[in-house]
Design a protein around this ligand. Structure first.
Ligand SMILES: Nc1nc2c(c(=O)[nH]1)N[C@H]1C(S)=C(S)[C@@H](COP(=O)(O)O)O[C@H]1N2
Ligand SMILES: [Mo]
Length: 406
């Protein structure tokens, strides 16, 4: 088995020459006419105060719930994504008690506990403080849970859609902590949401005073209600649950509070029956988004394999792709910018010969951590785990072009 990735650039040149096969088809096309156009010269639609996508576009989140539609999660259609940003309208959702309707004028953020000067802040106060914008993924610890088996989810959305990536704008929590004056002996914070479940999570003070943000904007506008309007805690690279939405309170404390959202229900149960107390960081993961489960290749020929990679520990340094069942691997090209704790888009050209094929990607982050195979992950973690699955996904291409998760 060769693990030497070959240089993809020579392949790329071959690939572009193959573009010639499309040229006949292109010249044969008729010029486009707008749909339902009465006369070629009639005016188009009016101006609008808030934009909407083309009515021809149907890509959507996939809601899943057991009893009430307020409590559950909806998944991002990763297989239909372009680039690294998730449109806010397609950002996955995970709500424990529905989306609260919050009046921004009445909302307050309380910062108290082991501090010299407790703060009670309005949104106006928060907007006056220095802020930053950063691109980060949010991923639920339960994402890719189906990949533990035995029944694998059929497509990228169902398997991995509890992950999305946005540009978040907010005030570094470090600024508020410095303003309040953290007392000696404090080493954690507890963050609390204003939804009915009052989601509470303990975060080590080092992370809270490090890169955590009190975010009020997402992709250039106010955070969507589903994502925590008007404020959410953003804990870059750490499990989704810690990114407390509808944030109303931060208490500086001396130890983790072991809240209801931190019980054994949310831990990783190991093979020997012991559980990891906390698993904060999301391990490096990658998946091919095209072609992926549910897609159907039109026929033999040239395709661009593309996908997403991310790591809770920093930047993605490398993504390798195998199209022959992990016998050989090639380095994919990585779109810039490659941001820390953010989606990175990878691409590699591929010529499908019409035979059965097995496609997979494997990423390495800047710490040198390499994404494991399913066998390696199961060996390390045992059969009891539900959370924090980051194993390699294998898409099987059938001779008829159909794509399955195997
Ligand atoms: N207040 C509050 N915060 C919350 C939750 C919640 O139910 N209530 N869900 C958590 C979970 S489990 C996840 S995975 C993320 C999901 O964030 P999103 O809905 O913006 O994708 O929010 C977290 N923050
Ligand atoms: Mo979650």
């Amino acid at each position: 088995m060769s693990t030497h990735p070959t240089d993809f650039r020579s392949d790329r040149r071959r690939f572009l020459r193959l573009g010639a096969i499309f040229s006949g088809a292109l010249t044969a096309c008729k010029p486009t006419r707008p749909v339902e156009q009465a006369e070629p010269s009639s005016l188009g639609g009016p101006l609008s105060p808030y934009g909407e996508r083309s009515p021809s576009e149907k890509v959507a989140r996939l809601p899943g719930f057991t009893r009430n539609p307020e409590i559950g999660s909806s998944r991002t259609p990763l297989q239909d994504s372009y680039g690294i940003l998730t449109p806010s309208s397609l950002h996955f959702e995970r709500h424990h008690s529905g989306v609260p309707r919050i009046d921004p004028a009445a909302h307050r953020l309380l910062l108290h506990g082991m501090v010299d000067r407790p703060l009670m802040l309005t949104l106006e106060d928060i907007h006056r403080l220095p802020s930053v914008s950063r691109v980060h993924f949010v991923e639920c610890a339960g994402n890719s849970g189906s990949e533990w088996g035995p029944k694998l989810a059929p497509d990228a959305q169902k398997a991995h859609g509890l992950a999305s990536c946005s540009e978040w704008t907010g005030v570094p929590l470090s600024i508020l902590l410095a303003e309040a004056g953290v007392r000696p002996g404090a080493s954690w914070i507890v963050a609390e949401g204003a939804d009915a479940c009052h989601m509470q999570r303990s975060v080590p003070l080092k992370k809270a005073a490090g890169d955590a943000l009190i975010a009020f904007a997402q992709n250039g506008e106010a955070i969507r209600p589903e994502q925590g309007y008007p404020l959410r805690l953003l804990v870059p690279g750490w499990e989704g649950n810690m990114n407390v939405k509808w944030l109303r309170r931060i208490k500086v404390v001396e130890q983790p509070y072991m809240t209801k959202d931190e019980t054994s229900k949310y831990t990783d149960l190991m093979a020997d029956g012991t559980a990891r107390q906390f698993t904060f960081e999301m391990d490096a993961k990658s998946l091919i988004t095209f072609p992926s489960g549910g897609h159907k290749l039109a026929g033999p020929g040239v395709y661009e394999i593309t996908g997403l990679a991310w790591s809770g520990r920093g930047r993605i340094d490398r993504v390798e792709v195998s199209t022959d069942g992990a016998k050989t691997w090639q380095n994919a090209s990585l779109d810039e910018p490659r941001l820390r704790m953010a989606f990175t888009r990878f691409r590699i050209p591929w010529k499908w010969d019409g035979q059965e094929a097995s496609l997979q990607s494997r990423c390495t982050d800047e710490t040198g951590y390499v994404q494991p195979s399913r066998e390696a992950l199961l060996e390390a973690r045992g059969p009891n785990s539900q959370y924090h699955n980051n194993c390699i996904t294998i898409w099987k291409i059938a001779a008829d072009g159909g794509v399955r998760n195997v």
